[in-house]
Design a protein around this ligand. Structure first.
Ligand code: KG4
Ligand code: ZN
Length: 377
């Protein structure tokens, strides 16, 4: 089954062609450099960029896969959650293609895509297969922090979610305060690797609460306070210069010798990153304990997906913490972590197998974006 999938949920225009769950092409046009100027995503600019790019990206995805539009079996599109005016661009295009080429439409929840990203196979159809149900999924991205029990295909129970900021958003805001650019996750991780994660104590919010929800705004405020107290208000320009002047692959020693102030920045980044991960680990272990009490069998697998899951420190901490407790599954390549249409194609394939497909013209035309779409809808 050949599937064309489209995702325009936020600031990446993406199209992918798959053969079942095997990804033949996965093209992503990132708008990061444009939004960088503003320190975050500007919706109307995102929409305009999607409109400019979508045809080219679809054509490229088909070309790379060697599959023409009329050879497709169905078209899949993200219909939520995401930015309304950005989602609309992908949905409009998908409808247009369905009607022109008389193909069925598969609407996909973007978060479902992140879960299924882990099971994407490559163009030679090599990769890991679906975990035994039920399994846990920790979805960590710029817009979401969710812990989900995946009971079966299309059957989800949200066990916990953030009550305020998403974890990726928090990384982005701290990086912005330090004037390190956007997106913040990768640069914070890089700087943190040279710091001491125990240099500053930042408490886990609601650590004693028994629920499985997350909170990141308190961590953000405490870290901003720490930045001001330690580095003063003029930190931003300074940090940028120090960082830009660093040679690539600089050793810890060289870095520390340069300036003690840059050491403080690395320590703050490391302490901040540590508490962000501490909270995830705390909630996941609570969930595992709770589920083993409630369910007869133990949950054997934990999927970790979304942009923030690219963080190597985070993955190492999880692997160490849960070594003999639960098997950890992450996406098979870098592109599948952040927003991409390949993960939407894989989710769509399992929806097609389970007959979640729109065949009727009127049903296709009626599909609307749902910016706040939840997995438990
Ligand atoms: O999944 P994604 O592409 O977009 C959303 O659906 O939100 O995730 C983007 C987020 C950004 O906040 C970015 O800072 C974060 O993922 N991110 C990271 C890393 N790489 C990307 N956060 C921490 N460490 C990283 N290495
Ligand atoms: Zn995403």
């Amino acid at each position: 089954m050949y599937i064309l999938a489209i995702d325009t949920s936020c600031d990446d225009t993406s199209a992918s062609v798959s053969y079942g769950d095997c990804i033949l092409s996965n093209v992503v046009s990132s708008q990061v450099s444009m939004h960088q100027t503003w320190g975050g995503v500007v919706p109307f600019l995102a929409k305009r960029m999607h409109q400019e790019m979508i045809d080219k990206i679809i054509a490229l995805a088909c070309k790379r896969a060697g599959v023409s539009l009329n050879k497709l079996d169905c078209i899949a599109v993200t219909y939520g959650p995401g930015l309304a005016i950005a989602l609309e661009v992908g949905i409009k295009k998908a409808k247009e293609l369905c009607l022109t080429y008389q193909k069925p439409l598969i609407p996909v929840n973007h978060m479902e895509g992140h879960i299924y990203s882990v099971f994407a196979k490559n163009s030679k159809c090599k990769g890991q297969s679906i975990c035994e149900f039920p399994f846990l999924a920790l979805l960590i991205s710029g817009g979401h922090t969710e812990l989900v029990l995946v009971e079966n295909h299309g059957k989800y129970k949200i066990l916990g979610k953030t009550l305020d900021d998403a974890i990726g958003e928090c990384f982005d805001k701290i990086a912005r305060a330090l004037n390190l650019g956007y997106p913040g996750g990768p640069v914070i991780e890089k700087i943190a690797s040279r710091g001491n994660e125990n240099a500053y104590f930042l408490p886990i919010p609601m650590a004693n609460k028994n629920d499985l929800n997350f909170s990141y705004s308190g961590i953000k405020t405490a870290t901003l306070k720490l930045i001001l107290e330690t580095l003063g208000p003029n930190v931003s320009e300074y940090v940028k210069k120090v960082y830009a002047s660093l040679p690539k692959n600089v050793s810890n020693k060289n870095f520390e010798n340069r300036l003690s102030r840059s050491k403080a920045i690395a320590d703050i980044a490391a302490s901040f990153q540590k508490v962000c991960v501490d909270q995830l680990i705390l909630k996941v272990s609570k969930a595992i304990d709770l589920l083993s009490e409630v369910l007869d069998q133990k949950v054997k697998y934990l999927v970790i997906a979304g942009g923030v899951a690219r963080n190597v420190y985070l993955k190492n901490r999880f692997r160490k913490e849960f070594r003999n407790v639960i098997k950890i599954k992450v996406p098979p390549n870098k592109k599948l972590y952040t927003d991409n249409a390949g993960m939407i194609a894989v989710a769509a394939y399992f929806k097609a197998l389970n007959k979640f497909v729109l065949n009727d013209k009127n049903d296709i035309l009626a599909l609307d974006r749902v910016p706040r779409l939840s997995l438990s809808n």
